[in-house]
Ligand binder design. Structure first.
Ligand code: HEC
Length: 113
């Protein structure tokens, strides 16, 4: 993924082909599909909780540090029973970014700066 080289993996950047934090996306997806989907839906488009994909979400988080999002998740999610390990929070963060940045994600696209 040559486009990834110029951008820091420490910074959140949403859009097809952009870098994904170097964590275990498959573990993150397994966690998401076991726990988070109940409120955020399996396609991340939201339900009881807000969407974790799409322009409004990208706009909120674009350019912020990966830790800011993984810390929020670790400290406050799952909303009914928070307390993920740091590792699990990072993996699920990587999954959220990978979902946004995979080619052809219909809710993907550029979020602006
Ligand atoms: C019981 C329902 C529920 C579950 C389960 C849940 N969430 Fe949430 N989530 C919410 C609600 C409601 C909000 C809105 C903010 C708030 O009320 O704290 C939210 C907000 C968020 C946000 C902030 C979104 C933004 O726009 O900035 C993120 C990120 C997030 N959740 C990730 C997760 C992840 C990852 C998991 C699984 C580990 C998870 N949530 C599980 C209900 C839930």
């Amino acid at each position: 993924m040559p486009a990834a080289v110029a951008q820091s993996p420490d910074t959140l950047s949403f859009g097809a082909g952009r870098p994904v934090p170097p964590c275990d996306v498959e573990m993150g997806q397994a966690m998401f599909d076991a726990v988070c989907w109940a409120c955020h839906s399996a396609d991340l488009r939201g339900g009881k909780g807000p969407p974790l994909t799409g322009p409004a979400f990208y706009k909120t988080w674009q350019g912020r540090r990966v830790e800011a999002l993984s810390d929020l998740i670790r400290n406050t999610m799952p909303k009914d029973n928070p307390g993920l390990s740091e590792r699990a929070a990072r993996d699920v963060t990587a999954y959220i970014v990978a979902h946004a940045n995979k080619p052809g994600n219909p809710a993907g696209g550029q979020a602006g700066k």
